[in-house]
Design a binder for this molecule. Structure first.
Ligand code: PRP
Length: 187
């Protein structure tokens, strides 16, 4: 049976046009701030790959990318804060200007862990760019230097964000209809 993912979206919180404009704006800022620096943009897999792919095409200076894959234990809608590295960076970041690129800042526990972990590798600088910040949800004080949108404290999918590994390919950010998760036995 055909399944149209967009039919599962309840409310669109960030449109395609909003996304495009914000990515351009962030890319311009980053290009200016790192114009004389050896920038390494680090995507946090899996969620950040969509945002990173768009963002690097709006960064108009020489730069490199690397990826780190992490997994947090817990259910798909609730982060436990326990983080393990599934795939580490390929590059040595000592002396590099590192910008961590994340899709969403929720409790902040993932970024808190990553900032501590990557700081210990002696980068020249370390900053964070999170496309989405979930309002009022942070359990640790972490404020990305670059951010896109703040969304209410509700579960969102699309533009890299998943529910049970699905919906990452939806080109907007929105909430899910109850019918999309009520009967699948996962929640
Ligand atoms: C999501 C998201 C962030 C993290 C944010 O990843 O991509 O990495 O949760 O949550 P926090 O601020 O509460 O730590 P997830 O563990 O769902 O994996 P994914 O990137 O593979 O979707």
């Amino acid at each position: 049976m055909e399944q149209i993912l967009a039919n599962d979206i309840d409310e669109v919180l960030v449109t395609r046009d909003d996304i495009r404009a914000k990515v351009e704006e962030l890319g311009a800022l980053i290009s200016k701030d790192y114009s004389d620096k050896n920038l390494l943009m680090v995507g946090i897999l899996r969620g950040a790959f969509v945002f990173l792919a768009d963002l690097i095409r709006e960064v108009h200076i020489a730069m490199e990318t690397d990826f780190i894959a992490i997994s947090s234990y817990g259910s798909s809608t609730n982060t436990s804060g326990v983080v393990r590295i599934l795939k580490d960076l390929d590059d040595d970041i000592e002396g590099r200007h590192v910008l961590i690129v994340e899709d969403i800042l929720d409790t902040g526990l993932t970024l808190n862990y990553l900032v501590k972990n990557l700081s210990s590798r002696r980068p020249a600088s370390l900053e964070v760019c999170s496309f989405i910040i979930k309002e009022g949800k942070q359990r640790v004080p972490i404020m990305p230097k670059y951010s896109g949108f703040t969304v209410p404290n509700t579960f969102v999918v699309g533009y890299g964000l998943d529910y049970a590994q699905k919906y990452r390919n939806i080109p907007i950010i929105g909430t899910l209809k109850r019918s999309a998760y009520e009967d699948d036995g996962l929640v």
